[in-house]
Ligand binder design. Structure first.
Ligand SMILES: Nc1ncnc2c1ncn2[C@@H]1O[C@H](COP(=O)(O)OP(=O)(O)OP(=O)(O)O)[C@@H](O)[C@H]1O
Length: 266
């Protein structure tokens, strides 16, 4: 006897496989939506879904000619879609293809989540936190990027290579206004400063408040493309922003910065 709740499924002749099918498609669509969210491709995504639903309605009502026209659009449009979504597909493949991501994924399955590509020492975090506290107090503009799982090399232009252990005096001296290295971003990988004066990709997201200038947009831009952590100190207000996964958190207490870094890096 089929329970009352599922009786309508019997009426509709929906099998378990159909439910699984719908569930998997929903997951794929949700992941694609997350990937294109906040990018110009979002409207194209909506357009494709709307056209697809329209196509299925047209087919259900057996409007043959219209159905053929739309199906030609869909079949021939596959290549066009790859071209249109090229940046998003690339980002997806980059994340999936990254050895580090796979490592994280596998380790997370087995409950031994390793949090960072290169092991980061507590003293490195302490140095970053100490210099942020000092530079924020001085209202010195700062942009620090800490690489996490995903290699960020290809998103960083220009800049000067450096090979210095992270420590507070070096970070402070880099960002002081008269320093020739103060412009652009400092890149930290593991416990080392590996690059200064790096130029990051700027975000064109319209939802970013207009009071935030290029320094913040550059940090958000990199976090749209990678999983790295960006720390920004505003030259105008001295506020520290913690930017990760396109989310900006203003640090109101320096201990929160330490806690957040420890959570993401250790
Ligand atoms: N694409 C970029 N990549 C890295 N750094 C950048 C980039 N664009 C701007 N910057 C840095 O940001 C500085 C300009 O900051 P701007 O005043 O526009 O930013 P802001 O977000 O308003 O910050 P603030 O509150 O400090 O003014 C530049 O001098 C440069 O050091």
């Amino acid at each position: 006897m089929i329970p009352f709740f599922f009786s309508f499924l019997y009426f509709l002749k929906i099998s378990f496989i159909d439910i699984l099918d719908i569930f998997l498609v929903a997951i794929i669509l949700f992941q694609v939506y997350r990937l294109v969210y906040n990018t110009a491709a979002l409207n194209i995504f909506y357009g494709i879904i709307a056209t697809f639903v329209f196509w299925k309605i047209v087919e259900a009502y057996k409007m043959k000619l219209l159905s053929i026209v739309i199906s030609i659009f869909f079949k021939g449009g596959f290549l066009a879609l790859i071209i249109l979504f090229q940046p998003e597909i690339r980002k997806f493949l980059l994340i999936v293809g990254s050895r580090i991501f796979l490592k994280k994924f596998i380790l997370s399955i087995f409950g031994k989540l390793e949090k960072s590509r290169f092991s980061v020492k507590t003293e490195t975090i302490d140095s970053v936190v100490r210099s942020c506290a000092i530079l924020s107090g001085d209202k010195t503009g700062v942009l620090i990027v800490i690489q996490l799982y995903q290699d960020i090399k290809e998103f960083i232009q220009n800049g000067d290579e450096m090979d210095a252990k992270v420590n507070s005096p070096i970070l402070e001296s880099i960002f002081y206004k008269n320093s020739p290295l103060h412009d652009g971003a400092v890149i930290i990988i593991g416990n080392k400063i590996v690059r200064t004066r790096a130029i990051l990709p700027v975000s064109y997201n319209k939802e970013i408040p207009s009071r935030l200038g290029l320094r913040h947009r550059a940090a958000i831009g990199l976090s749209e493309k990678t999983d790295s952590i960006c720390l920004v100190i505003s030259e105008e207000t001295g506020y520290i922003s913690y930017i990760k996964d396109q989310k900006r958190t203003v640090i109101t207490n320096i201990n929160n910065l330490k806690m957040k870094l420890e959570k993401d890096l250790l």
